[in-house]
Design a protein around this ligand. Structure first.
Ligand code: AMP
Length: 569
């Protein structure tokens, strides 16, 4: 039996991860994690908490180490000396490259790698540009690892430990470590934007010292779909707020004085502004024209707004497609900025005058939002109306559509802002045409001028809110521009899991989310989930949406019933 050479060895991280993977009980997972955490020094606790939460860097940090499967595979081929075909076959059998590493790497190494060294190696890797050089960096790291350590290094580098642990379980473990209620840990994690820092504060009984940091994004509150107005009446019998559902890009805006030193944002006239996307990536640079307008707002002692970036023409909000012309461009010329002007429509306020507002009810937040003065046409407030019941909702839905918006958002008047949660306090009443958010699971080369690209996409929904199993429900090939297909095809080649027919058909890492529309939903014996979409078309690539948030089989089932009824009535 090999003994680790140091108390903070990465070896022990791997062993704890193995134990956690071996149990399905959430409480046992948290207990194993809690007792592992107690043995670590602060610096290592910071890293281990982040790694178990599935991220290599703090959440507020914009660095992400997500290395494609093919680069990791190439590195493993070099380190193990095994034939690529053998590894590929093993990958198909095992389904996880980390597991393949334990099959092919020698067990004879003594564990010497420290957690801190892993942290340094990840920080160096994220800076390396170019696939070849990155592979060299990965090889160097893997060579220092035992087979078991390599398994978890690979999992961490690919962006997912896959041991059935979410950030919530890590929060549970920290709560145990510090004998604190988990709600308090969640709150501090939200404030600091770093589960690692949260763990260290908790251990030292310093949770109360955590302060909100401007320019660290907070997770977004999400909405649930409703199919029938009756559901609104049941959930919110006392009345509710109704806002338009704007079809743009969700964004969180941070505005503060420049004395708030930060990695993020752009400063204009002493006011610093940063924009973050729904995936918490900084997108300030893509909207220089908006930043200028946002910098005219008096930030007081700091402001965080939640809202939507939409394309506009004068007062009119334009379809999302207009905005697409601006997205993904490497350089934004003045001409482009002028031809596609955008506005920010604020619909929530999370921080103002040195106070975090997320625990305040909707009505209080709304009146704070209304008290802000916006003196530019590029900044708007969502219209918010109070409705006592659902009798006029249909009419309002149509009015929202006529205003160029997607539908309605119905919000509970007493609801707090729940970061990262998809609850029933915000309900979305979607457009008349049904669309689904799905993830690409496989791709195939197209025909004609698309025969050089992977342009036919098989896509899946999740089995349910709690079961992330992916179930294919269709295949789409129309709706994207040639440039989009080309870019997607390159990405999918890099993130292939398995190739068939000489690479003409591939299963791919399920990371790319598409919004698709279709004619109807059919019951299908060929598909595992039991349903298939007929004549699906791609509406857009939803790079703002992570695969964990795609639609579920339940929604497909509801759409099937609904469309069935509307066809028969
Ligand atoms: P979906 O993307 O279909 O899950 O719908 C939820 C999204 O609607 C949010 O993430 C926002 O980007 C968007 N949205 C548009 N208008 C509003 C609004 N008034 N309140 C909240 N979310 C909105």
């Amino acid at each position: 039996m090999l003994t680790p050479t140091s108390v903070d060895a990465f070896h022990r991280f791997a062993i704890a991860a193995e134990q956690i993977a071996a149990t399905t009980k959430r409480l046992t997972k948290a207990a194993i994690l809690g007792s592992y955490f107690t043995t670590l020094e602060d610096a290592d606790l910071r890293l281990a908490a982040r790694y178990f939460a599935g991220s290599t860097f703090p959440q507020f940090d914009q660095r992400v180490l997500q290395i494609g499967g093919s680069a990791l595979m190439s590195a493993l081929v070099i380190v193990s000396g095994a034939e690529p075909d053998t590894l590929q076959a093993d990958l198909v059998k095992r389904g996880d490259l980390g597991d393949v590493a334990t099959d092919v790497l020698s067990d004879a190494m003594l564990p010497t790698l420290r957690l801190s060294e892993v942290g340094e190696a990840f920080a160096a890797l994220v800076e390396i540009r170019g696939n070849k050089r990155k592979i060299v960096g990965i090889v160097e790291l893997l060579k220092r690892a035992t087979a078991l350590e390599a398994k978890y290094l690979i999992k961490l580098m690919s962006g997912d430990l896959r041991i059935g642990l979410r950030e919530g379980a890590v929060e549970d473990a920290i709560a145990r470590l510090a004998s604190q209620p988990v709600g308090k840990i969640q709150w501090v994690n939200m404030l600091t934007g770093d589960i690692g820092e949260t763990a260290v504060l908790a251990r030292h009984n310093q949770l109360d010292t955590a302060r909100m940091h401007l320019f660290h994004p907070i997770k977004f509150m999400l909405a649930s779909p409703v199919e029938e107005f009756a559901e609104i009446s049941t959930r919110m019998p006392q009345g509710f707020a109704v806002e338009d559902k704007y079809d743009g890009i969700r964004a969180q805006v941070h505005i503060g004085l420049d004395s708030d030193q930060s990695l993020h944002g752009t400063t204009i006239n002493n006011v610093r502004v940063a924009l973050f996307s729904r995936t918490l990536d900084e997108i300030t640079r893509a909207f220089p024209d908006l930043v200028e307008s946002l910098a005219t707002v008096d930030p007081g002692s700091g402001l965080i707004l939640d809202g939507e970036i939409v394309p506009i023409q004068g007062e009119r909000i334009l379809p999302f497609q207009e905005l697409q012309k601006r997205l993904g461009r490497k350089t934004l010329t003045d001409e482009l900025l002028q031809s596609v002007p955008v506005a920010f429509v604020a619909y929530d306020i999370l921080y103002c005058d040195g106070k975090v507002l997320i625990e305040e009810p909707y009505e209080v937040r709304r009146s704070r939002l209304e008290s802000l003065s916006f003196d530019t046409p590029r900044l708007k407030r969502a219209i918010s109306q109070r409705f006592g019941d659902v009798s006029h909702l249909e009419q309002e839905f149509q009015a929202a559509r006529d205003r160029g918006n997607e539908g309605l958002m119905v919000k509970h008047l007493q609801s707090t802002y729940k970061p990262g949660k998809r609850g029933k306090d915000w309900l979305k009443v979607k457009r008349a045409i049904a669309t689904l958010d799905v993830v690409i699971t496989a791709a195939e080369v197209g025909t004609g001028k698309r025969s050089r690209f992977l342009s036919d996409f098989t896509f899946a929904v999740r089995a349910s809110e709690t079961d992330p199993t992916l179930l294919n429900v269709g295949k789409a090939y129309s709706g994207l521009t040639d440039a989009e297909v080309q870019e997607l095809s390159d990405w999918l080649k890099e993130h292939t899991i398995q190739e068939f027919a000489h690479g003409r058909v591939r299963t791919v890492e399920p990371k790319i989310v598409l919004e698709v529309t279709f004619d109807r939903v059919q019951v299908s014996k060929r598909h595992k989930g039991g349903y298939a979409l007929r004549f699906p078309r791609i509406v857009r690539i939803r790079s703002d949406k992570p695969p964990e948030e795609i639609d579920t089989l339940e929604t497909v089932r509801q759409l099937a019933d609904q469309l069935e009824n509307s066809h028969s009535s």
